[in-house]
Design a binder for this molecule. Sequence first.
Ligand code: ADP
Length: 398
Amino acid sequence: MKILVVNAGSSSLKYQLIDMETEKVLAKGGCERIGINGSLLKAKGNGKEKVFTKDMPNHKVAIQLVLHALLDEQIGVIKSMEEIDAVGHRVVASGEYFKKATLVTPEVLQTLEEKTFELAPLHNPAAATGLRACMEVMPETPMVLVFDTSFHATMPEKAYLYGIAYEDYKNFGVRKYGAHGTSHKFVAGEAAKFLGKAPEELKIVTCHLGNGSSITAVDGGKCIDTSMGFTPLAGVLMGTRSGDIDASAVEFLARKKGMSHSETVTYLNKNCGVSGISGVSSDFRDLISGAKKGNKRCDLALEMFAYQTKKFVGAYAAAMGGLDCIVFTAGIGENTAPVREKVCEGLEFLGVKFNQRANAGKNDGSIREISKKNSKVKILIIPTNEELVIARETAELL
Ligand code: ADP
């Protein structure tokens, strides 16, 4: 079985074609600048890379070009479109409308478009555009929606509710939904395999630390709490996002800076986080080199990020009543050794014995253990693979 995984943004469309028997990526690539001048597709297949420059006024043309690349003489990996058994689409927000991966029907499409757009106004309309484009170009192929929020659907009410009037939650769906669910699910599963244990036996805190960062408590294979909230603005401070902040401080800031509601939310999403604190960059590589050169605010941004992440690890150990494993994943989690060290510093009381040498080792793309042999809590670096989870869930549903 071959599954095409599609991740559509407002002006981009990334894809992978995965062979489910071997779980190998047969081809991958991405269309950039859809609807903008100078659009192009960078595609890989057969161990080769090719760039297609073609005007892509919309996502339909983009997906047509992707299929063209999959059938290409040099980099093509299939003989006909019929070899693609299904398409799995990444969707950021499901609200309470979808709890798990869902086969697309006219009703499902209607719910996606009419109910969920306001929950993720930048992301869900793009996913729907990508979906409609695929449906037009491949009308006979089953389409499946896989939601970033699904893994968090097991959170109990006490974890996902905000302290607002219960009727307001009921009427408007204002609650914690979380994000990065496919990544947390994947790395928690890989951790159990690596440790040779059943997921049911383990209490794991998964730290997805990238441009957007979230931390999740996975108890017995299920999410019981996560740091992101109604939107991915909540939790730890991130590249440019503020993370958690007192709502009254937000109103105060808006008044002082003369910002409207939407300007304030944009400010909190785009001008804050480690970028705002350091005044230098949202990229952790820049912060590390800045801190090394003595820039105090770069150092402060790194300290804040690690401190806030550590607090979630501690909180989730308490929420689960124990801790067997901490997982680091995504751009920072996989690559930034000083952040991992700072997060784990001072957690000895929980049974953490950190192995500095292993932590400083090279990232070779494999799973790495960075706790000492006698550490009660295992610490693992696990490269995430959201596309594989989407492909697996699509195949399972079929
Ligand atoms: P996104 O949320 O955009 O997917 P990523 O998971 O790619 O983000 O993480 C981006 C962050 O990872 C940046 O802050 C970057 O500095 C950090 N990072 C550190 N080292 C590397 C590296 N070798 N490759 C990629 N990202 C890295």
